[in-house]
Design a protein around this ligand. Structure first.
Ligand SMILES: Cc1cc2nc3c(=O)[nH]c(=O)nc-3n(C[C@H](O)[C@H](O)[C@H](O)COP(=O)(O)OP(=O)(O)OC[C@H]3O[C@@H](n4cnc5c(N)ncnc54)[C@H](O)[C@@H]3O)c2cc1C
Ligand code: FES
Length: 276
């Protein structure tokens, strides 16, 4: 059993949980994730390790209430225990000195962006971070990411903070102004990663995206996280989750991520009735 040792509500539906998991904390690397089960009856869900502390033996996750399991997780308190955590899973981020890297995070994707930005900075890169959220109150980790970036841009869809518009507007402007960019790293909603990849393609800028297909086992056995990369089938949980954005079939990913919408809706409605 994995105990929650601290909890912070970053907004009404985004929660940071620090969980005792010493074996995982010891081996965690930027870009990797865990598969978590809240209780015996629940499903397994993939969550990025936003941080870890090998001395304390803890891993930190930041979760957005998107459906039944993430809502249930958000209701837990310090001292509660999780049924299981498996990890670290997935390939770690390639940490080279590329030069100038633009790191882009949207919404809850910023939770994954943080350890990647930190590690790329440690590898000697100049980091320009672009962070976007719907509104100012749902912007997470601004201070933390600012501390490991050379330049930071904030965007909100409603204009309540920073640039009124999308993260892609800032990137497009930088490319049009011919700012030297050696690599772009993007994580967030699928449509955001697609738009970013479409923008960088004509400029020939290497673009890495962290994909979030529906995962079931997280170990390459079930095929649920199947994605098409350059026409070849890959499993995001073992071959990814990071891939070359210019080679991803985003249309297929969007279609596949919608395949359980009806079941997800029913499961949340049932859970809401049970907890009322
Ligand atoms: C590698 C990876 C890392 C992730 N990291 C984070 C994170 O750090 N924080 C965070 O809040 N979320 C993260 N997610 C997304 C998170 O796993 C889903 O929001 C969660 O599984 C939804 O479960 P639910 O029961 O609450 O909602 P559901 O009702 O099951 O689904 C709500 C939405 O989430 C998507 N989803 C459902 N099941 C999965 C699944 N097993 N895997 C991926 N997406 C799913 C569906 O497309 C749906 O639109 C990550 C996903 C992946 C693949
Ligand atoms: S989640 Fe089962 S193969 Fe990737």
């Amino acid at each position: 059993m994995y105990e929650i040792v601290s909890k912070k509500d970053l907004s009404s539906d985004i929660h940071l949980l620090e969980i005792k998991a010493p074996m995982i904390a010891k081996r965690a690397k930027a870009g990797q994730f865990i598969m978590l089960m809240v209780d015996d009856k629940g499903e397994r869900i993939p969550l990025t390790m936003a941080d870890w502390n090998s001395e304390k033996g803890t891993v930190t996750i930041i979760e957005l209430e998107a459906g039944k399991t993430t809502k249930q997780l958000g209701m837990l308190k310090v001292g509660d225990k999780l049924r299981s955590i498996v990890g670290p899973l997935g390939m770690e981020t390639e940490l080279e000195n590329h030069g100038t890297v633009v790191c882009i995070g949207g919404g809850i994707g910023i939770a994954l962006m943080y350890p990647v930005v930190r590690a790329l900075k440690q590898a000697g890169n100049e980091i320009i971070s672009i962070m976007g959220s719907k509104t100012a109150s749902t912007m997470i980790l601004e201070e933390e990411i600012s501390a490991v970036s050379d330049v930071i841009h904030i965007c909100t869809d409603d204009g309540t903070k920073g640039h009124h518009g999308f993260v892609s507007d800032i990137l497009k402007q930088m490319l049009d102004e011919k700012k030297p960019i050696d690599m772009v790293y993007a994580v967030g909603p699928i449509i955001m990663m697609k738009v970013i990849s479409d923008i960088t393609r004509p400029f020939g800028v290497h673009t890495v995206v962290s994909l979030n297909p529906i995962m079931v086992d997280g170990t390459g056995m079930c095929g649920s996280c199947r994605v098409s990369i350059d026409g070849k089938t890959k499993f995001a949980c073992v071959d990814g989750p990071e891939f070359d954005g210019h080679k991803v079939d985003f249309k297929l990913l969007i279609e596949r991520n919608r395949r359980y919408l009806e079941e997800e809706k029913r499961s949340l409605e049932k859970f809401d009735k049970e907890v009322q």
